[in-house]
Design a binder for this molecule. Sequence first.
Ligand code: ATP
Ligand code: SF4
Ligand code: MG
Length: 360
Amino acid sequence: MSSQIKAPAAQTADGRPADTRAPVGAVPAAGEQPLVEVDHIVKEFRLSGGFRKDGQVVHAVTDVSLDIYRGETLAVVGESGCGKSTLGRLILRLLEPTAGSVRFRGRSLEHIPERELRQTRRQMQIIFQDPYASLNPRMTVCQIIAEPLYTHKVYQTRQETEARVKELMRRVGIRAEYINRYPHQFSGGQRQRIGIARALALNPELIICDEPVSALDVSIQAQILNLLHDLQAEAGLTYLFISHDLSVVRYVSNRVCVMFLGKVCELGDTEDIFQNPLHPYTKFLLEAVPKPNPHLRKEKKALLTGEMPSPVNPPAGCRFHTRCPLAMEICTKEIPATQDFGGRLIVCHQAQRLFKEGWS
Ligand SMILES: Nc1ncnc2c1ncn2[C@@H]1O[C@H](COP(=O)(O)OP(=O)(O)OP(=O)(O)O)[C@@H](O)[C@H]1O
Ligand code: SF4
Ligand SMILES: [Mg+2]
């Protein structure tokens, strides 16, 4: 399969890595049973260490609800610190939620026996941003990829395990004879392939891709995105794709969830959101993506005011109100409800008007 991965030279005019393929999944049909259901999840970190910080609470994720459907790529976007990685870790239950719950295949991950949780964890894996930091430099590729196989006692013999490791290496485009090499002997892109092989070892259903290409050169980014695309097409994988790079998100995801300061602002079909952003924060984020053609910049812009608020002391009402060009009195006091317009979720006091009239 690696032979199918073309090496693009650079970015396209709109900034995405060249030669990336269209998303595999489809926007979910009405009534479809989600693979993952995130229900009003909250994560607060209580700070300690130093009298100025002691007892302060970071509101990393606040009351987030969303569904992830089988075979789709749901992207989560937003500025640094808005809670994307925390949300991913809550879904994997690498973090205990402060409140709320996650259901996987309809089964709540709360209060389930440890053995069952371990089985469920096999179905959910993660790929990290920095493939070098996430691979133990003292372990060989074989040991790295085999680790989950040993932990879950998948095979009886070393030979069987090694055969599986080699198969995984070939699947991600790494030559099997490199099985005894160490991470530093590979390039950044190859290391990310090793990370992907490790994530695939247990045949998961869901992979959380946490900024999987942000640390890579643009030419390598497209190769890794195409690999993720092909693996999804082959194995029907479901991705939660965390990124701050909107040009990449547009070309890999079926749906997008936009977050600001721990909360969801807007969620919907990727092309709908990119062509017609409705929440003021989404509008701002998309305006911030550099446009190749200056003549396309004439439309009305959502200009932000004020500083980025702190997650330790988030604004009351709508968390975006201190920066929003459309803020009204009610926005400073009341938390906006999520309004659903046929699968397009908008969390704003002006959602009805924006949905009807857009930004005209
Ligand atoms: N273990 C922790 N202890 C205290 N605060 C934390 C912890 N983990 C995350 N945070 C804080 O929670 C907030 C959300 O962090 P998170 O890493 O989820 O953001 P992010 O959207 O993934 O950011 P980035 O794009 O930079 O990766 C940030 O303010 C972060 O500093
Ligand atoms: S609720 Fe108010 S402050 Fe928040 S995004 Fe909507 S208009 Fe702006
Ligand atoms: Mg992160």
